[in-house]
Design a protein around this ligand. Structure first.
Ligand code: ATP
Ligand code: MG
Length: 489
């Protein structure tokens, strides 16, 4: 679909004979609206490689050109975007070059001399073909990412085992607990389970249990009736209802308050819940996938997590080991992200030097795949050549301490409430970060939402934060909804 006045297709004509080039360009321009011209192979290749120039729908190039030949133009066009259709013009059509051009992906060859009408017919056909190829590719991508299979990259036996288990349990209704450190891909696994389940066409709904204070989280999960609390001027459907017949991901499930835990347990046991302020028990058909980066077993010991809920959630457990324990995935992921960012940032990058790859493999990746992804994006931006060199890999020196020899604070003999410790650490991190929450979150290795939630829970304020009770910083547009926990009426 094209708006009137918009070109129907973008084309590049490469031909050294100026009058022939001008004639072709005028004819195509009249019909399709946007034609650029080049007279040499070198200039054309340069233009096709320029990230500032949008890929063409069609490139029409002479085979014999000054400063190179049409096959270079063909290669450059195909490298830039495989959807570009390339037509070759040739006066001396030797079978050899024709075959070579077709092998390299040319769509068609036009024998010189030709009538402009004949050229237009061939161009029309090539464009139609390119459009169909593009459509098929899009459909295939969509289908694959709906299935979630193409998105999980890795070669380690550990990851394979996790994917394999996800595949096997996906068709069932069983509740699944996905565990692993931050950034290991728990959400991807949850999405895969949903995509491979008979529920794939119903909603996949996510709730981050760490991001909201208790009453807001409950209203988020179960919804509320009109008038349930001040400000509840409309009935609102919760995530359980939204996920009916589908899958609900309870993310950071270890951070739910005891009251909320009891209500979730009730849904798991009886399939029933009430909206806040509602008297009628509602039923829903929801498959639960829970995810956590906390050791729930420890949380049970300390009384923060209900054991009966744990048993309900932990029916099938899929554990994602940290990246440092599956080095085989580092290279595969690095290449994957390199291709992704090279494309996205329009900076063709072909690979890593041995030293750069070694550096990536030696790093401990405390932030796991998320950190690796960020590191590769940075490396693509920092590099100039086609290859990522070791100097482009900027990794923080801070080595993560192996478990077992972790930081041991000195505690007073008479004991110390955990909350006080948390508060002290939080305040110190904020002070060091000049009260910039983003930096404090990075310092503590938690998400900004989590930090914000803790700040609110502890009632910490600072004059530089505009709205102390709200989201104090520039965090506008978050999904957290209303800011003040509603009192339930
Ligand atoms: N195996 C993988 N292949 C491709 N991308 C991955 C893989 N694992 C993780 N990622 C990417 O890394 C990032 C973090 O993954 P994800 O959000 O699933 O982690 P998580 O375990 O849920 O982290 P958190 O505990 O912080 O919520 C995402 O951008 C995700 O797409
Ligand atoms: Mg997650």
């Amino acid at each position: 679909m094209t708006a009137p006045g918009e070109p129907r297709a973008r084309m590049l004509v490469v031909e050294d004979n100026a009058s022939l080039r001008g004639g072709i360009a005028r004819a195509l321009q009249a019909r399709w609206g946007s034609v650029d011209q080049e007279s040499s192979a070198g200039r054309a290749v340069e233009r096709l490689g320029d990230p500032g120039v949008q890929p063409y729908d069609l490139v029409l190039t002479d085979l014999r050109l000054p400063g190179g030949d049409g096959l270079d133009v063909l290669r450059a066009a195909r490298d830039r975007d495989a959807r570009t259709a390339v037509l070759m013009m040739t006066a001396y059509g030797t079978i050899g070059t024709a075959v070579r051009a077709m092998q390299l992906g040319a769509f068609d060859l036009v024998q010189k001399p030709f009538e402009l009408e004949e050229l237009e017919v061939r161009v029309e056909k090539a464009l139609e073909h390119a459009r169909l190829v593009g459509e098929v590719a899009t459909l295939r991508d969509e289908r694959a990412s709906r299935l979630g299979v193409d998105r999980i990259i890795g070669e380690s036996a550990e990851l394979e085992a996790a994917i394999d288990l996800a595949r096997r349990v996906a068709p069932t209704r069983s509740t699944i607990l996905v565990t692993g450190e931050t950034g290991t891909g728990k959400e991807l696994i949850a999405a895969l389970v949903h995509a491979l389940s008979p529920r794939a066409n119903a909603p996949f709904v996510k709730v981050n249990c760490a991001a909201l204070p208790e009453t807001l989280l409950e209203s988020e999960l179960f919804g509320h009736e009109r008038g349930a609390f001040t400000g509840a001027d409309r009935t609102r459907i919760g995530r359980f209802e939204q996920a009916d017949r589908g899958t609900l991901l309870l993310d950071e499930v270890g951070d739910m308050s005891p009251v909320t835990q009891a209500k979730v347990l009730r849904v798991l046991q009886d399939g029933e819940f009430n909206r806040l302020g509602g008297t009628r028990a509602l039923r829903c058909d929801v498959r639960i996938v829970a995810a956590t980066n906390r050791e729930l077993e420890e949380a049970i010991q300390s009384g923060d997590f209900r054991e009966d809920l744990y048993f309900r959630l932990n029916v099938i457990r899929i554990h994602l080991p940290p990246l440092r324990e599956r080095p085989a995935d580092v290279a595969a992921l690095a290449r994957h992200f390199l291709a992704e960012f090279a494309r996205e940032l329009g900076r063709p990058r072909t690979g890593f030097s041995d030293a750069a790859l070694a550096r990536l493999q030696a790093h401990a990746w405390p932030g796991n795949v998320r950190e690796l992804r960020n590191a590769i994006e940075r490396a693509v931006l920092l590099s100039d050549g086609p290859r990522i060199e070791v100097d482009n890999v900027a990794l923080p020196e801070r080595r993560s301490r192996p478990r077992g020899e972790e930081w041991r604070p000195e505690l007073p003999a008479e004991g110390l409430p955990l909350e006080q410790v948390e508060r002290a650490v939080l305040l110190e991190a904020l002070r060091r970060s000049a009260w910039v929450q983003k930096d404090a979150a990075a310092f503590l290795g938690v998400s900004r939402r989590k930090l914000n939630y803790m700040i609110r829970r502890m009632g910490i304020t600072h004059p530089t934060w505009r709205r102390n009770r709200g989201k104090p910083e520039d965090e506008g547009g978050g999904e957290a909804g209303p800011v003040e926990p509603p009192g339930i009426g």
